[in-house]
Design a protein around this ligand. Structure first.
Ligand code: GLA
Length: 383
């Protein structure tokens, strides 16, 4: 299975943790299909940890929790599929999952076969309770092989939290996406912390095997399983923009039944999603190193798009307004080329042309700007 752009979907963990059941999944499926999420690209509906019974059946197969999922997982998958969505499930490379349910260690092939039989399309594969001495990369490779041979296309989402330099071996495992950081919680600090970590992973992220910055907390406002103070709407907007611009998979974690209009609009912004899903998947590069132009070292990234345009994002994960400048020679577009940028800010639609080789702007606390830029002739007359 080849996955040509970063996967998009919804995952139960951030809001619901243990508190999942068939009815909830059906309701989320209805909303994803009926309220624009599926159309925007969010196609995977993923049930995270805590869907299982504590013991396997006598044939060694995983058993869905009989109270939460009384009709089994095939019935859930069938419903999700009937809505045009794809169905995801969770297991773990260790002996137990992070919440203590049976893991897939030494059951990789039987579990992959079971998932295929149920109609699963996506497996998130966690990293708790690894037996001492087991080789991490080999455990992920084993499940990668099991999935690639189970007779069904199942997207493999490795979740080893960036541990043991995941980036260096993730692409040997068959993982279509791989977590490069620890768990997000719902706070501005966690958004910032993740945003500042992922630079080291970008050069390992590639079409078909994407660095996953973790499920998003956009719209949670301190409600749910990973609540930790919540964040402002501006911070959620920057979070979504950063994940999109830098090519992370986009997995929603909020309760879609109760999301605010502002955050729904953030998650459904098709211009931002188009940059995430750009078919070339060229690597973004940092152009905002600390210096006189950018005193605090706010992240500024540029990415070449398949159309020849550039996507430039400027992020302010601070409580003060940022006033910063980006010389275009940092992106390689020196004035000697006779070219400059016509920039359209994707959230506001505002257009501007850079005339003097330097783009300058102010960004409100925790806000960001994301520009789609056309390379145009420099008009010397206007200098
Ligand atoms: C780990 C993962 C989370 C979530 C939980 C479930 O912490 O990183 O994303 O899946 O386990 O127990």
């Amino acid at each position: 299975m080849i996955v040509k752009t970063p996967p998009m979907g919804w995952n139960s963990w951030n809001t619901f943790g243990h508190d999942i059941n068939e009815q909830l999944i059906f309701e989320i499926a209805d909303i994803m299909a009926d309220e624009g999420y599926l159309q925007a690209g969010y196609e995977y509906l993923v049930v995270d940890d805590c869907w299982q019974e504590m013991v396997r059946d006598r044939n060694g197969r995983l058993v869905p929790d009989r109270k939460k999922f009384p009709n089994g997982m095939k019935a859930v998958a069938d419903y999700v599929h009937s809505k045009g969505l794809k169905f995801g499930i969770y297991s773990c490379a260790g002996q137990l999952t992070c919440e203590g349910f049976p893991g897939s260690y030494e059951h990789e092939f039987i579990d992959a076969a079971t998932f295929a039989e149920w109609g699963v399309d996506f497996l998130k594969y966690d990293f708790c309770f690894k037996p001492k001495g087991a080789d991490t990369a080999c455990l992920y490779r084993r499940m990668g092989m099991a999935l690639a041979n189970c007779g069904r296309d199942i997207l493999f989402s490795g979740c080893s939290w960036g541990a043991e330099e995941t980036r260096k071996w993730a692409k040997t495992t068959g993982a279509h996406m791989w977590r490069c950081t620890g768990d997000m919680v719902d706070s501005g600090a966690s958004i910032k912390d993740h945003a500042y970590q992922v630079d080291r992973d970008l050069k390992y992220s590639a079409m078909g095997s994407y660095a996953d910055f973790d499920m998003m907390v956009v719209g949670m406002y301190d409600k749910g399983n990973v609540s930790s103070g919540g964040a402002t709407t501006a911070a959620y907007k920057s979070h979504f923009t950063f994940w999109s611009h830098l090519g992370s998979p986009l997995m929603i974690g909020a309760d879609l039944r109760n999301i605010s209009k502002e955050c729904k609009d953030i998650l459904l912004n098709s211009d931002v999603i188009a940059i995430n899903q750009d078919p070339a998947f060229w690597q973004p590069y940092e152009i905002g190193q600390i210096g006189t132009w950018n005193p605090k070292g706010n992240p500024v990234y540029c990415k070449l798009l398949a159309s020849g345009e550039l996507a430039i994002g400027i992020y302010n994960f601070y409580d003060d307004e940022a006033s910063l400048s980006t010389p275009l020679d940092r992106i390689g577009l020196n004035m000697s080329t006779g070219k400059t940028l016509e920039m359209t800010e994707v959230w506001t639609g505002e257009k501007e042309i850079v005339h003097n080789g330097v783009h300058s702007t102010k960004i409100a606390p925790w806000d960001c700007k994301l520009y789609r830029c056309k390379i145009v002739d420099l008009q010397y007359g206007e200098l």
